[in-house]
Design a protein around this ligand. Structure first.
Ligand code: N01
Length: 538
């Protein structure tokens, strides 16, 4: 075996929440030489790219932040329950400065390829500036929702106005004043953007492929007394969210929806609806994700809310989901979303009622045989989730095997953090880990800390490679699928199920463990304690 000194101990791809903390941990805790490569011009990841009107966090700010820096946790003041994108970006810039991260980050550079060399046991990473660097460890901190999905509508190049995707919005913003605007999509992003755009635009046409169940965000200032109480109890909060199901302080009602009377159910639903945020989704009856009958009670409650809010009964019916159970698609949080469809300048075009998008024309969008003339098209069409950003790195493992080929039928991983045949590659919040089903920073910190401890243990034991065994990977994949098959989630055409993009093989992308995030953390710790069970170390 040739002994070659790599350029870096570790290359980290991406400088969002995960890449920034990965750099901090490897460099300042383990003393490694680390290079972070980031396509954007600064830190932030998701919060750098997603600048659409109304972009804000859907998790409560007091838990949507790093917990590794206890002092910062106490010092930082969030202005609202769910801060807007610029405020979160400011926070991440502040973290970068406070921990002197930028000196090890190469900005404006995109990774275009990576190959594992079996002779040297090193990764060679290629970038779009033509450079190549070598590293012992390669860490994909590329985010779960960063590979933009731009559907290939017929005639896209013909449009004479502007087309923007929400995750690639111009930094200087877009002035919608006096414009006719189309928004394509009604996912969590569109639900945030539509009310904002409707306030400015002369006319807004919303193209809906699938209706969503939205619940109120109830954003606003947080009571200073509550802010103080939380700061005083941060150790307790951190312990609770780390051990919780979803990385949030939300807990299921420990009984079946069928056990309660209609009056009791209504009272429980009201409490969660009034609390706002993810309460209705993540602290509802414990059988809501398992029993269609229990789920129907939740769905019926929201349907009644939609009918009570939307004045035109036909529009209300179009806004009520028909083909999937409540909560089986990511919960969008709404601030005046349903109310927006009461405005005279807003039109809803529903694929089921009027037909889907046929083409983009010179002047707008053709759907259901009708032409809708607009000046600006906003694509809120989401992402090639979880697998997309990692496949886009064009990685080659042992024997030159391409990751795209290995995942041609969906993701195959061990613990969602490692891939058989790709030694020393770690995927932070990768597919088949809890990731997007949790409050992201909690999942990110758990992965970063586990990887750091793993590399530390390897160094101490004089090991140079770690890789998942194919058997452990197969078992993990079977487990991921077995657990989710007990729920209602596979019944929805969601991005969780890879169903948002034509031709993407249907597979459940995250991991919904029987004990959630807390249980997954215990599993990962157990694997480490058992000498990295399921991995081969050499
Ligand atoms: O993307 P989506 P998103 N023709 O995939 C439609 C996170 N997030 O950007 O439902 C016509 O959910 C598509 O239709 P359908 C959050 O995890 C976080 O809204 O697939 N329509 C859908 O309506 C979220 O879930 C926050 O049938 C097409 C929409 O476009 C994730 O990001 C805020 C189409 C896409 O919805 C993604 O949300 C916002 C086509 N060809 C988002 N292709 C925060 O917490 C797609 N659509 C900050």
């Amino acid at each position: 075996m040739a002994s070659v000194t790599p350029d870096f101990d570790a290359v980290v791809i991406g400088a969002g929440f995960s890449g920034m903390y990965m750099l901090k941990a490897l460099r300042d805790k383990l003393g490694l030489k680390v290079r972070v490569i980031e396509a954007g011009e600064t830190v932030g990841g998701t919060w750098y790219w997603n600048r659409y009107p109304g972009a804000r966090c859907d998790s409560d700010s007091y838990i949507y932040c790093y917990t590794f820096d206890k002092q910062l946790l106490r010092e930082w003041e969030w202005s609202e329950r769910y801060p807007q994108q610029p405020e979160i970006l400011r926070y991440l810039e502040h973290v970068a400065k406070r921990h002197d991260l930028k000196r090890d980050i190469q900005f404006n550079t995109r990774v275009t390829g990576g190959a594992f060399d079996e002779a040297t046991n090193l990764w060679t990473v290629e970038t779009d500036d033509g450079a190549k660097v070598t590293a012992r460890y390669l860490i994909a901190a590329v985010g779960s929702l960063s590979d933009t999905n731009i559907p290939s509508f017929k005639g896209m190049g013909d449009f004479k106005g502007q087309i923007y995707h929400t995750s690639r919005f111009p930094k200087e913003g877009v002035d919608f004043t006096a414009k006719r605007v189309a928004v394509v999509g009604t996912g969590a992003t569109a639900v945030q953007a539509i009310p904002e755009i409707a306030q400015q635009a002369k006319h807004l046409t919303v193209f809906q492929r699938t209706a969503n169940y939205c619940v109120p965000a109830r954003n606003g200032k947080v009571d200073p007394e509550l802010v103080k109480a939380r700061k005083d109890d941060y150790d307790g909060i951190v312990e609770r969210i780390r051990d919780s199901f979803f990385g949030q302080e939300h807990y299921f009602i420990p009984r079946s929806a069928l056990d309660d009377t209609p009056e009791q159910r209504e009272e429980e639903f009201d409490k969660r609806w009034d609390a706002g945020g993810f309460a209705f989704w993540l602290s509802n009856y414990q059988d809501m994700f398992f029993s269609q009958e229990a789920n129907d009670f939740c769905a019926d409650y929201i349907q009644r809310k939609i009918r009570a809010t939307v004045k035109d009964p036909e529009v209300a019916e179009m806004l009520i989901p028909k083909g999937h159970a409540y909560g089986t698609k990511r919960q969008p949080l709404d601030t005046n979303y349903y109310e927006t469809f009461n405005k005279d300048n807003v039109l809803l075009v529903d694929a089921a009622t009027y037909g889907g998008i046929e083409a983009i024309t010179k002047k707008g969008i053709r759907a259901g045989g009708r032409d809708y003339e607009v000046d600006i098209i906003v694509l809120a069409t989401g992402f090639d989730a979880l697998t997309g950003p990692i496949k886009a790195l064009h990685l080659k493992g042992r024997g030159g095997a391409a990751l795209e080929a290995a995942w041609s039928d969906g993701p195959h991983t061990y613990l969602g953090i490692s891939v058989a045949g790709f030694p020393n590659l770690f995927t932070i919040t990768g597919p088949q880990s809890p990731s997007v089903l949790t409050n992201m920073p909690v999942a990110i910190e758990q992965h970063v800390e586990w990887v750091t401890d793993c590399i530390d243990a390897m160094q101490k034991a004089g090991k140079t490679t770690i890789e998942a065994t194919p058997e452990a990977q197969d078992e993990w994949g079977a487990h991921v699928n077995e657990v989710v098959s007990m729920t209602l989630l596979p019944g929805a055409n969601s991005w969780y199920m890879s169903a948002n993009i034509e031709g993407k093989p249907r597979a459940f992308l995250p991991y919904l463990g029987p004990e959630g995030m807390g249980g997954y953390r215990r599993k990962c710790d157990e694997v480490a304690a058992n000498g990295y069970e399921g991995f081969t170390l050499a």
